[in-house]
Design a protein around this ligand. Structure first.
Ligand code: HMG
Length: 456
């Protein structure tokens, strides 16, 4: 019939800032104990932008590079969505700013706008794009989704968990990364764990501990409901079933606010599997974990013994299925909406094509406030996969060609952003030498807050 086959991701384009601060240097600069950010949080480098970049310029770069690399033209795009929580304007969308790039093609028939809820906006935008391709409104053209953010925190405990970046995705039928149908679970609830009530500031209000609890609870709920759907879809009713549980995934990618939480989250999926395993199979399947048989999930968010036991037990599985997805999180930091998709990019960069073909990858998306979903991707062999992967070959050289900036200058740069965040007129002062060639940047803000951009 009319339903297009194998709808999913055709191309991925990553954008990261040209500058970073080293987390070991940041530990010294902040006067915290050595290892707190690098070992405690699992973060090595943090990407950041000067006042030369804002969410519009990041997305202009992401879209223009996606179009260039994938060899499509602007008139091939029928829908464009942006997921971001980096808000510059309460009315005008980032998407509308991106329409400047369509001007030359004459294509103004482009559906879609911005979606916002913390780190989840990119996933919501992706779901919208997939729905469009699978709907009666689809006109045969492609969709583009951009997840992008500038993640910065006020000085204090959360500052080392910042980052910045964008991932643009080309969406359409017959894709090499197919979003599996009928396997999507969602958990949403009201929480004040991380939010941005102060419209004059780029900084969020954060309850760090609550945010971790909310994240882990959302993970449990999404995973349980995903497993239920997988069990139903498999047609097998028995408790142990290869179509369900951690072994049904070759890779699992998580929203990553910092790498350590993802390592704990992986162990939590194993804990969930453990708790749904028939008692008599536990000694054989989970040797050494017998003592945790009676635990209740909701009592274990900060239970050190459970955490340690399951992290040790799952270490080898974690190293195989999830660690490869943490390259960008470790090297750039939290990119908010782009963090999960940076995880997917990292995973795809970590393995040769022969290994990736046929794999199933699970994805967990979390946005504070809170919204979360779990879904999965199947990797399909063919020339489109070869093209997607060869376009990602530039990722590691790009990371390695960034400029390291010392913490004093990083801190000054944050102050400049802070003071001038909503100033008009404003002329950015950041050095153009910090930008990669091909980057769009903020040229100026006029007296009526109108922003203009240029490309270096
Ligand atoms: P903190 O309170 O400074 O850190 O803030 P801590 O004292 O808990 O230490 C962190 C870890 O380092 C601990 O590990 C320490 O033991 C360890 P744990 O015990 O928990 O495993 N540690 C050390 N390890 C080795 N050597 C040392 C050392 N010292 C300490 N010398 C916190 C940490 C994450 C709370 C803070 O950075 C924060 O508030 N960050 C922002 C919020 C956040 O990232 N939340 C994550 C979940 S919510 C989410 O993902 C959504 C989000 O992306 C936003 C959105 O949706 O838009 C954030």
């Amino acid at each position: 019939g009319m339903w297009p086959e194998d709808v999913g991701i055709l191309e991925l384009q990553l954008v990261v800032p040209g500058t970073y601060v080293d987390q070991t240097e940041l530990e010294k600069f902040h006067g915290v104990s050595a290892g707190k950010y690098t070992i405690g949080l699992g973060q090595d480098k943090m990407g950041f932008c000067s006042d030369r970049e804002d969410i519009n310029s990041l997305c202009l770069t992401a879209l223009s590079q996606l179009v260039e690399k994938s060899g499509i033209s602007y008139s091939d795009i029928g829908r464009l969505e942006v997921g971001t929580e980096t808000i510059l304007d309460k009315s005008k969308s980032v998407k509308s700013v991106l329409m400047q790039l369509f001007e030359e093609s004459g294509n103004h028939d482009v559906e879609g706008l911005d979606t916002t809820n913390a780190c989840y906006g990119g996933t919501s935008a992706l779901m919208n794009a997939l729905s469009w391709v699978e709907s009666s409104a689809w006109d045969g053209r492609l969709a583009v989704v951009i997840a992008g953010d500038i993640a910065i925190y006020a000085e204090g405990a959360a500052r080392p968990t910042g980052g910045a970046g964008a991932v643009a995705m080309l969406i359409g039928p017959n894709a090499p990364l197919v979003i599996e149908r009928g396997l999507r679970s969602t958990y949403m609830a009201h929480a004040y764990d991380f939010y941005k009530p102060n419209l004059d500031s780029e900084y969020p209000v954060v309850d760090g501990k609550l945010s971790i609890e909310c994240y882990l609870k959302a993970l449990d709920k999404c995973y349980q409901s995903y497993c239920q759907k997988a069990r139903k879809l498999s047609g097998l009713t028995g408790e142990s079933n290869d179509a369900v549980g951690i072994n049904s995934f070759d890779g699992i990618v998580f929203h990553s606010p910092f790498c350590k939480l993802v390592e704990k989250s992986f162990a939590r999926l194993v804990l969930n599997d453990f708790l749904s395993t028939p008692q008599e199979l536990i000694p054989q399947l989970y040797p050494g974990l017998d003592l945790f048989k009676g635990v209740k999930l909701e009592d274990t968010y900060f239970n050190r013994e459970v955490e340690k036991g399951f992290m040790a037990f799952s270490k080898e599985l974690f190293n195989r299925k999830t660690k490869p997805s943490l390259l960008l999180s470790n090297q750039v930091g939290n990119m908010y909406t782009a963090s999960l998709y940076g995880g997917l990019v990292s995973y795809l960069c970590s393995k040769p094509i022969q290994e990736l073909v046929g794999q199933r990858v699970g994805l967990f998306s979390y946005g504070s406030g809170l919204a979360s979903s779990m879904y999965s991707i199947k990797i399909i062999e063919g020339p489109k996969l070869t093209k997607l992967l060869s376009n990602l070959k530039s990722v590691i050289p790009l990371l390695n060609s960034r400029k390291k900036i010392d913490p004093t200058e990083f801190s000054k740069t944050m102050e400049i952003r802070e003071v001038n965040h909503s100033k008009a007129p404003y002329k950015p002062v950041g050095s153009l030498s910090w930008l990669f060639p091909g980057t769009w940047y903020l040229n100026q803000v006029d007296e009526n807050h109108r922003r203009t951009y240029q490309k270096i």
